[in-house]
Unconditional design. Structure first.
Length: 370
């Protein structure tokens, strides 16, 4: 375990204009993956003793990694889940089955190693980096709050979640966390989060960015039922109506109806893509962040690897809109990055196939029309 307070890139002291410029540098630094390396990887895989494309998604992942790392011989050197935490003013409206104080309590549990995400990152041999972007109450020691932008978002049913400047600061803080992880040797990242209420802004973002209905994007989160779920729909509709975000300006949408931890995950995805590092997505909140990243630069999509299909149905709509499919069907809806962590071994397996499986040429197995 690790925590996300890290090398200060002076994000705190930057003006809105400087933040916007810095974000634009990241966005414009994202290049398309290398087609030739991807093609060469597919040729390597086609030489293995198997019917063509019979390893399905494993082949897709190996090919994707080759394009991203710009070599037909990609390697995984270090893995980390970047867990971003933030609270949500909209919980006042009764949109979550859980009370707000749980966010801080869960964050402490991850720091002491007891969360589901601790178990699954340990299982995968990955690091966990926890960053407080906006928990609503103090956490200890105080250094852990060094990256906090504010004590939770404002209530989106009454006005914007945050200012544009706060959204930019959150995005760049996420980018900084990703950059530090990469500098410390990680070359595959995953997004994770905690934040009571965060399925509400996620559903709002998915509604606005994809054009689906609020009902389609919204699920029961931590466990809302019947009338409470209908009330959540009404709150999200109200939030979209009163904030009237401009879908052509992703930062406007993010700042008005998003979340601090959602912004940080989007920033991490973009920075990783700029540095030619893939990011594994988790559930609905990660997918909402991925939509923000995709709207800011569609090339970033090629650096995203999906993991599980969350029980929170808006995730599928977000992923479909981006053009990627979930790979694991486990009926999960915990968040934290737990589904993403389970994808690390799959990615490693894909590269092992490329490196260790015998070829028709060397094994004595005859080739044929298969
Ligand atoms: O990842 C998911 O798809 C997911 C689905 C439902 C709930 N969650 C987690 O539950 C919290 C949000 O649920 P809620 O009902 O408070 O909006 C937050 O801490 C998420 O990590 C996560
Ligand atoms: C309520 C609750 C919400 C969560 N979100 C992520 N992990 C969680 C664990 C609990 C217990």
């Amino acid at each position: 375990m690790n925590n996300g307070f890290c090398k200060d890139l002076n994000i705190r002291n930057m003006s809105e204009k400087e933040l916007e410029l810095r974000l634009n540098e990241i966005i414009s630094g994202i290049k398309k993956p290398d087609f030739n390396s991807a093609k060469e990887m597919q040729e390597r895989l086609d030489g293995k003793i198997k019917p063509t494309r019979s390893l399905g998604v494993l082949e897709d992942i190996a090919v994707q990694l080759a394009g991203i790392q710009r070599t037909a011989y990609p390697e995984i050197k270090g893995k980390a889940v970047l867990l971003m935490a933030g609270d949500h003013g909209v919980v006042k409206e009764g949109v979550s089955a859980a009370p707000q104080e749980i966010t801080a309590q869960l964050f402490n549990s991850y720091l002491s190693g007891g969360g589901g995400i601790n178990v699954l990152t340990n299982h995968a041999g990955a690091d966990l980096v926890c960053t407080d972007l906006g928990i609503s109450r103090p956490i200890s020691p105080p250094e852990l709050m060094a990256n906090r932008i504010k004590n939770g978002t404002d209530n989106i049913a009454e006005g914007p979640a945050m200012t544009r400047e706060e959204a930019l600061r959150s995005l760049l803080t996420g980018a900084m966390v990703a950059s530090n992880a990469i500098e410390s040797g990680k070359n595959i990242l995953a997004t994770g989060e905690v934040g009571i209420g965060n399925t509400t802004p996620s559903a709002a973002l998915i509604t606005v960015f994809t054009g689906c209905s609020v009902e389609e994007a919204t699920g029961s989160g931590t466990g809302l039922k019947n009338d409470a779920l209908k009330h959540k729909h009404e709150v999200i509709k109200k939030a979209i109506k009163i904030n009237n975000p401009n879908p052509d300006d992703p930062i406007d949408v993010l700042s008005k109806i998003g979340g601090l931890e959602i912004a940080a995950m989007a920033g991490a995805i973009l920075e990783a893509a700029k540095q030619k590092v893939p990011t594994i997505l988790d559930g609905i909140i990660s997918s909402a962040a991925a939509l923000v990243a995709a709207k800011l630069n569609p090339f970033s999509i090629e650096y995203m690897i999906s993991s599980h299909s969350s029980e929170e149905k808006g995730e599928l709509i977000a992923l479909k809109h981006i053009g990627i499919e979930p790979r694991l069907f486990l009926n999960m809806r915990l968040g934290e990055g737990t589904g993403a962590a389970l994808m690390f071994p799959m990615v490693e397996a894909a590269l092992k196939i490329a490196d260790e499986m015998a070829t028709f040429e060397t094994s004595g197995v005859s080739t044929g029309d298969f």
